[in-house]
Ligand binder design. Structure first.
Ligand code: BLA
Length: 316
């Protein structure tokens, strides 16, 4: 039955691909992220046993309140992957991809993260292997996963210049090879972004394939907590939430964010947002709705060519 669902989902992706190609021809608008998803699923299936996630039944596709924007959700799991999920949102004017893979807590592998937001005038891009543990203070974690990827990161950071100031709190969730960039529409850049996505995803697949299963309960616990903290941050403060609310309404957006995109909040831990990020506590005990307490900073890439953090003047 699993295989059947996968085939069905593939059919769906292929169908969407043909459809969007047609749209492209008609409007010459921006391209589609469907081939990114297709590549990632193909490559993952080549390397591991990928089966649909139980989430797939509830989260599959949705038409936004405007009656034209399509939201497409896919989710899978594999022996080492707790959750591989993708959300794509497309209409004539916008193309959005939020693709992430979370390992099971027995592995301390980074989180694969591709967040692409494309309009007729602008692209906002984050592509990274988000570290599970702190790579600024914990040298051993950084060396374990990132030292060998510095040259890959360097190649693409030259092609994709740093996107400028960003929410300071986000920096802790990024690795030395993060691609954070903005650019106006350009076919050449999209082709380059596709290459970057393919190379980063291959690198992540290789890394998870090599990752040994942790058996020490305290390490597993620390991995679980780190992933829970990451999910808690993104479920509360991710910059995409406003768009989702506008498209599908507050309560659907909330459900999608908490139970699909950042699924695991209820299973991996019991702490709340303010336990992890007490600086957001307001006097009445509620969560400050501001995205950032520290404000925006890091005008330039705060990692040097050797992957050393050089943003020390700003406290994060
Ligand atoms: C902007 N998205 C941004 C910015 C970042 C990210 C860094 C710049 C604004 C800022 O400094 O916060 C992405 N931030 C991330 C990611 C992490 C993080 C991936 O901390 C991970 C830890 N973007 C999406 C999706 C949508 C989206 C799915 O990925 C819409 C549904 C929209 N992102 C979006 C928009 C902006 C943005 C509209 C510009 C608005 C803004 O700056 O607040």
């Amino acid at each position: 039955a699993g295989q059947k669902v996968v085939k069905y989902l593939y059919g769906h992706v292929m169908y969407r691909k043909r459809k969007s190609r047609h749209v492209l021809k008609a409007s010459a608008g921006p391209f589609s992220y469907q081939k990114f998803i297709h590549f990632a699923l193909d490559e993952t299936k080549r390397r591991t046993l990928l089966v649909p996630s139980p989430l797939q039944e509830k989260y599959n596709s949705l038409t936004a309140m405007d009656g034209t924007t399509e939201l497409q959700m896919l989710s899978f799991q594999a022996p080492k992957m707790r959750l591989l999920r993708s959300l794509s949102i497309e209409n004539e004017a916008i193309k959005i991809l939020d693709f992430a893979v979370f390992a099971r807590p027995e592995f301390d592998a980074p989180i694969f993260c591709a967040n692409f937001f494309t309009t007729a005038t602008m692209n906002i891009i984050v592509l990274d292997l988000n570290p599970l543990h702190n790579v600024i203070d914990q040298r051993n974690y950084k060396e374990k996963y990132f030292t060998r990827l510095i040259s890959l990161g360097l190649r693409y950071s030259e092609l994709f210049p740093w996107g400028g100031k960003l929410t300071s709190e986000s920096l802790k969730f990024f690795s030395p090879i993060v691609i954070w960039t903005k650019f106006p529409p350009s076919q050449e850049r999209y082709d380059c972004l596709y290459s970057a996505f393919k190379e980063y995803y291959q690198a992540w697949l290789e890394l998870i394939a090599q990752a040994p299963e942790e058996i020490d309960p305290s390490s597993i616990k620390s991995n679980r907590e780190a992933q829970h903290k990451y999910l808690t941050w993104r479920a509360e403060k991710d910059p995409g939430h406003g768009i989702l609310k506008r498209l599908i309404g507050e309560s659907h957006a909330q459900d999608l964010v908490r139970n699909f995109l950042f699924n695991g909040l209820d299973e991996l831990g019991s702490k709340g947002f303010l336990d992890y990020f007490p600086e957001y506590r307001r006097e009445d005990g509620s969560v400050n709705e501001k995205r950032s307490i520290l404000g925006k900073s890091f005008e330039n890439r705060p990692w040097d060519a050797r992957g050393e953090f050089i943003g020390d003047d700003i406290k994060i």
